[in-house]
Design a protein around this ligand. Sequence first.
Ligand code: PLP
Length: 385
Amino acid sequence: MNRPLSQRIQRIGNAGAFGVWEKAMALEAKGKKIIHLEIGEPDFDTPAHIIETAHQSMRNGRTHYGSPYGDMTLRETVADYVKKTRNTAVSPQNIVITPGVKGAIVMSLLTLVEHGDNVLVPAPYYPPYAEIIRYAGGNIIECPLTAADGFQINKSLLESYITKKTRVILINSPCNPTGVILNEASLTAVAELALEHDLWVISDEIYYQLNFTSSPPPSIFSNPALLDRTILLDGFSKPYAMTGWRLGFGVFPERVTKAIADLIVNYNSCVPLFIQDAGVAALTGPQQPAKVMLETYRKRRDAAIEIIDQIPNVSYAFPNGAFYIYLDISKTGRNAETFAYDCLEAGVALLPQGPNHIRVAFTQSESAIREGLSKMQQVLKTKIV
Ligand code: PLP
């Protein structure tokens, strides 16, 4: 059969996310030891009470189809969580439970983006955004943020990328890959532009709880003027080490909620009920395990920064959230991709992002991070061939 695949699917790639990872796996299969600092995968187990809830729920027969909107108990729990964290009252009717935040991103973009529309995304950003925007038929328009501005948003610069074709601004805070939390001024800029140009805002806040500062991260979802045009996305993967459970949620204006549920009913039918029960346990049960993880990430970040600060010609913006450090290696004269593959040969997997940056995920033990970064340092000491 030689017929081509659909144009739609040809517009999508794997966002380069698994390139280094696959090569690392191949080296490991040959017996080489690799330290994984490339993917955003917590090394913690999901807290025991969450696992136990899922087991119990399965034994109780929660193994059948459920509502495409999500189970009401979890939607109510999420509504309480949003009130508590974003200081915004929402009805469970505005909430849809999704297969991870990724599922929510895909469905939101398919719902909002018309063929030829522009989606404005501050860069650097989480690579799947670009793939999904293209898959949805849109164009990704990148607004470059700079380390000099602390990766914050400048209103006039962002506005200079808005045209008649712009439909959505997609933001992510705390940010993957920079670890930067958008400040109030950045969020005000986005809010004003969304109102002035009649745009949707999608706010991916999956790292909301991974915040190393003493105050909660500002959220654009706390702005009441924007509620009829803003989609808040958050989930369980990162704060509760539940990446494999595929559980997230979106808070949508009501007419969008129905469209998302229509997509779900035709696609994955529902998120499994026992997984949703586990989500209720995550949000309402003891928060101590999540706090311990957060404190551990903080210590790892500090250890990583201490080492990186001693490496010449490498810079970064201080990460106040998420679990990544975004290294600018342009002054080393290296190309990020070649450098990442050299590091892999030396035994540490790092994620290249564009020609000049490397993302380090501090999701492994402190000793692994120290060993991995010292391997990276050794590679930097070798001559460029
Ligand atoms: N959004 C961002 C910014 C991420 O970094 C990730 C995962 O790394 C996701 C979404 C996907 O999250 P989930 O596991 O809930 O699909």
